[in-house]
Design a protein around this ligand. Structure first.
Ligand SMILES: Cc1cc2nc3c(=O)[nH]c(=O)nc-3n(C[C@H](O)[C@H](O)[C@H](O)COP(=O)(O)OP(=O)(O)OC[C@H]3O[C@@H](n4cnc5c(N)ncnc54)[C@H](O)[C@@H]3O)c2cc1C
Length: 540
């Protein structure tokens, strides 16, 4: 029923709240939010403190590309600065736990606003999912394969320029940025996902599904109202905290934006409400791997917004590889006397005597621990790590909101990643810049993934996963060939069940023993066979 209502609503693009009283109130609120938001921004950037907070500066707009720093010493001084208590800046304003892009970008903006920040990372290099590693001369990325909205002048690009001092550049993938391969053998079908505009994207699909033009247009038509509803939520966040709470708890937010309504529709219901064509259903939701939640659990906005953000300008890859992102952001933090230190596992968050306020962190280093204090402690280590591991249990249990979120938000699907290196040149092997999404069947991915994930480890060792994502970062990054001649790198991602590997969760990487190696290699070999099937030119 809800799905039907939504379909009608977005096709006609009629707002949901149509009563005149509600419409008037909505208008008044929108104006109020707009005025408050505007006042806040004016005060922040042009008020008397503005000169001390040059967070956004023309100086940081994109600069000419100056090459990728290849001197390991210089790179390590930024990305692998090991923790020691002497390196911790004095008079800290904020401590961040974890050095993923979440922590780094927030830390960088605080640093630009004149705050002294410390970012602590447990791994031996900074960047979280943006880190890269090199093995036998091949450089691999771990969690960035493409990003949208990074074309010159696009808002996300301006934001990234500010974070990276304008030094990070992006290489555009081809207009066809994703290809879906459906089925196996001679019956395999190929669907190209094409950027340029919403219409180009639609037309590429309509060409493949001429009888489904209506369903495809309804799918893309949902993007605009979803995008607008998210914009208003962003505006509400500019309100003073107390007012924001009132707006949310009294349900006033639902008069202003349809955010909650859209969020209550899951991907599967929405798509199944559009079409009965199983191939099309699969193709519309193929990129669920981008957000890691199965279609019966994810809400339609996340799928729609990710699709939509590629339409106009396509997809981009950080020139020089994903670690260029932390490499440049950290330098901005260092310029403001902040520090990003690795091999610094935060053991716990320290609280005041009343256990009401976070006042510091305890860092593990070998057999020693160090307590570091700051007025603000910000965790970018993930919801569960923060509330289940870093805060004392009784404190987490007391936080009703945390308990509520915990019951609603379960961990997303785990991923198994394999990294393959091939000797050879791009001219010879002609590998694509686009990502390849392989699905063995057009059945509902929520069902096929679950039946794979519900297998025991032994069963999974003799089964191909129903889905794999394949990318060749060496073809996307225009500096790769120069930095790593005759090396082709391939990253493959598939779904996995955490339980299959849990027994090794507390053991040290590279020292997990023969059984672990055997499980890893058997699964890896299956993925390699799938890659060779799809890209036979890689077979020797
Ligand atoms: C396989 C894969 C592919 C992806 N592909 C894309 C893509 O193509 N495009 C895209 O835009 N996004 C992609 N993503 C998503 C994107 O990489 C992540 O959303 C984003 O990088 C997450 O950033 P974060 O800061 O939230 O967390 P993370 O990057 O996970 O950083 C968290 C950091 O906290 C550290 N940490 C945890 N606990 C502690 C502790 N106790 N003490 C100290 N440090 C701690 C961790 O070691 C980690 O470095 C992908 C993700 C994955 C996994």
């Amino acid at each position: 029923m809800i799905v039907e209502k939504f379909l009608t609503a977005f096709v006609s693009e009629t707002p949901f709240s149509s009563g005149s009283g509600v419409a008037m109130l909505t208008g008044v609120l929108a104006v109020l939010i707009g005025v408050l938001g505007f006042r806040y921004l004016v005060k922040k950037y042009f008020g008397k403190d503005a000169s001390r907070t040059p967070i956004f500066s023309e100086k940081n707009l994109s600069k000419p590309f100056a090459g990728v720093e290849t001197d390991e010493k210089i790179r390590n001084a930024v990305l692998k600065q090991g923790f020691s208590i002497e390196k911790v800046p004095s008079d800290l304003d904020a401590i961040f736990i974890g050095s993923g892009i979440g922590s780094l970008s927030a830390a960088c903006f605080l640093a630009k606003a004149g705050k002294k920040v410390l970012v602590l990372e447990q791994h031996d290099r900074a960047g979280g999912c943006c880190h890269t590693f090199t093995e036998k001369g091949f450089e691999f990325d771990t969690g960035i394969h493409y990003v949208g909205n990074e074309g010159p002048g696009q808002p996300d690009r301006i934001l990234m320029d500010q974070l990276t001092g304008g030094r990070l550049h992006w290489d555009k993938l081809d207009d066809v940025y994703d290809v879906v391969k459906l089925g196996t053998g001679k019956d395999q079908k190929t669907f190209e996902i094409k950027s340029g505009s919403r219409q180009i994207w639609e037309n590429a699909l309509i060409e493949k599904f001429p009888d489904e033009a209506d369903a495809i247009r309804k799918f893309t038509a949902a993007y605009k109202p979803i995008h607008t509803s998210f914009f208003y939520v962003g505006m509400v966040k500019f309100l003073p905290y107390w007012l924001m709470k009132v707006v949310i708890s009294l349900g006033i937010i639902d008069w202003v934006t349809d955010y909650n309504k859209w969020n209550n529709i899951c991907v599967r219901d929405f798509i199944n409400g559009l079409t009965t064509n199983k191939d099309l259903r699969l193709v519309l939701q193929y990129l669920f791997g981008d957000y890691g939640t199965l279609p019966d659990k994810a809400s339609i906005p996340i799928l729609s917004l990710i699709h939509g953000h590629y339409w106009k300008n396509g997809a981009f890859y950080p020139r020089g590889g994903a670690s260029e992102i932390p490499f440049h952001v950290i330098q901005e933090i260092q310029k403001a006397d902040g520090a990003v230190l690795v091999r610094a596992k935060v053991q716990s968050i320290l609280l005041d005597a009343a256990e009401k306020k976070a006042i510091g962190v305890r860092v593990e280093k070998g057999s020693k621990t160090y307590d570091i204090h700051a007025p603000k402690i910000i965790s970018g280590a993930g919801f569960r790590n923060t509330f289940e591991k870093l805060l004392p249990k009784p404190v987490s249990m007391r936080l009703n909101r945390v308990q509520e979120v915990k019951t609603k938000v379960t961990p997303s699907a785990s991923a198994f990643q394999a990294f393959f290196g091939f000797n050879g040149s791009q001219e010879e092997l002609k590998l694509p810049k686009h990502n390849t999404w392989f699905y063995s069947t057009n059945e509902d991915p929520a069902i096929t993934m679950k039946s794979y994930l519900n297998m025991t480890r032994e069963e999974a060792l003799s089964a191909d996963p129903p889905f794999v994502f394949i990318a060749f970062p060496s073809t996307k990054d225009s500096t790769y060939v120069e930095r790593h001649p005759n090396k082709i790198c391939c990253t493959v991602v598939s779904v996995s069940n955490y339980d299959w590997f849990q027994e090794w969760s507390s053991s040290q990487a590279t020292k997990r023993g023969d059984e672990y190696e055997s499980v890893k290699n058997t699964m890896g070999q299956r993925l390699l066979d799938m890659v060779l099937d799809l890209f036979p030119q890689l077979q020797v």
